[in-house]
Design a protein around this ligand. Structure first.
Ligand code: LLP
Length: 391
């Protein structure tokens, strides 16, 4: 069992579906990252709030000293409310509204990751109106494919993200002439759920070339932000509850040529929160169809959309039964054929009322939930909250 028996006893009295967060695992993961970056000079990690903005988790991550990577005004507000220092907030996104830029300026956030020339002009204008200087980094589109799902690849020339490599020199020169922006450095992010270190090596090589080229023209870039993207083991979360941060950070240390004055920033999301969350659901019916046997659970694609959207695999466990294995499709109650969590999987003989866990759902799970079909949003509980409750 991936979840301690004492919690499963508590689950019985709770309305499903809900997210359950293993706070001990989150704390261990945060400690492991802190330990690993302490071996490197000038490495800073900003947690990518888009992965999970649950305040209970955010408070812990902020307390552990991490920065925040935000992609909207709402995320900046959430970050500030949960204790992240504005001086550790980076703000990315291809379409920042004026109110969002103003919010960043009013709070003196660390950096705007600028994704286009017109955005640079707007930031300069808005900063001027406030008599402030906006710190900016340029998000580069390095034209690198990552070995991951097409929907979560972001660094290809065809993607909407970032400034093309060929335009960067001209845009930096332009920014140097603008009165209300200050250039901090460069920003990259090639995709998510990346397990092949070689993808990050290719990114390092591309960055080295670019820094070299920009240096020749006397552009000093103190901050390099390589985004996030480190994947997690969805197949065997029990074997790899904490990702291999050592090999991740060492890859950058080995392949990226940085000077002693330069700082390296990371924006990890999934690798921090992915494994600590499970979606807990109840079996409503076991139905024998014409050709397949279905477990119909009370969670649907509205609670966890990743399988429907990216054909993502989440390990499914029956927490209530250890009967003989049978073949099932596990599906939700939503009126969409894509509302399927898994097909043809072996699970112990399942009955109405059995609790089912979908693991590795801490990242891009609860935060992507919707109210389609007028369904309520899923509730959430932490291991700490459930430890206190008597069975
Ligand atoms: N930085 C930027 C600029 C990003 O766009 C992202 C993720 C991250 C950092 C964090 O990436 P991570 O370390 O979590 O891989 N909903 C999808 C994932 C979308 C990722 C979007 N950008 C999923 O469920 O797989």
């Amino acid at each position: 069992m991936l979840i301690d028996k004492k919690y499963i006893l508590r689950f019985k009295g709770i309305q499903t579906p809900f997210y359950f967060y293993n706070i001990e695992l989150l704390k261990e993961t945060l400690q492991e990252i802190k330990r690993e970056i302490s071996f490197h000079k000038n490495y800073l990690v900003h947690y990518a709030i888009k992965a999970n903005a649950n305040p209970k988790l955010l408070q812990l991550i902020a307390q552990a000293g991490f920065g925040a990577d935000c992609v909207s005004g709402g995320e900046i507000q959430r970050a500030l409310k949960t204790g992240f220092s504005p001086s550790k907030i980076v703000f990315a996104g291809v379409g920042k509204s004026d109110w969002e830029i103003n919010l960043g300026l009013d709070n003196d956030i660390f950096c705007f990751n600028v994704e286009s020339e017109p955005e640079l002009e707007v930031i300069n204008e808005l900063a001027k109106a406030k008599g402030k200087i906006a710190s900016v980094a340029f998000r580069i589109n390095p034209n690198i494919g990552a070995h991951t799902h097409a929907n979560i690849t972001t660094g290809l020339a065809e993607n909407k993200f970032g400034i093309a490599m060929d335009d960067i020199e001209r845009i930096i020169q332009k920014a140097e002439r603008l009165s209300h922006v200050h250039i901090l450095g460069l920003h990259f992010h090639i995709g998510s759920q990346i397990l092949e270190m070689n993808d990050f090596i290719v990114l390092c090589q591309r960055i080295n070339l670019l820094i070299c080229q920009l240096k020749q023209n006397h552009h000093q870039l103190k901050h390099i932000n390589v985004g996030g993207g480190l994947g997690i083991d969805y197949e065997q979360p029990d074997k790899h509850p904490i990702p291999n941060f050592s090999s991740y950070f060492n890859t950058y240390a080995k392949y990226l040529n940085l000077s002693d004055e330069q700082q390296l920033h990371f924006e990890l999301g999934r690798a921090i929160v992915g494994q600590c969350g499970s979606l807990i659901t109840r079996t409503l019916y076991v139905k024998q169809g014409a050709t397949r046997q279905f477990i119909i659970v009370d969670a649907g694609m509205t609670d966890l959309i990743r399988p429907a959207l990216y054909q993502a695999h989440h390990l499914i466990e029956n927490l209530s039964s250890d009967g003989d294995l049978e073949k099932y499709d596990v599906v939700g109650p939503i009126c969409e054929s894509s509302d399927v969590f898994a097909k043809d999987i072996l699970l112990p003989k399942t009955n109405r009322g059995d609790l089912i866990a979908l693991h590795s759902a801490g990242a891009y799970g609860e935060i992507m939930a919707s109210q389609y079909n007028c369904r309520p949003l899923p509730q959430n509980y932490t291991s700490e909250e459930l430890s206190d409750v008597k069975p």
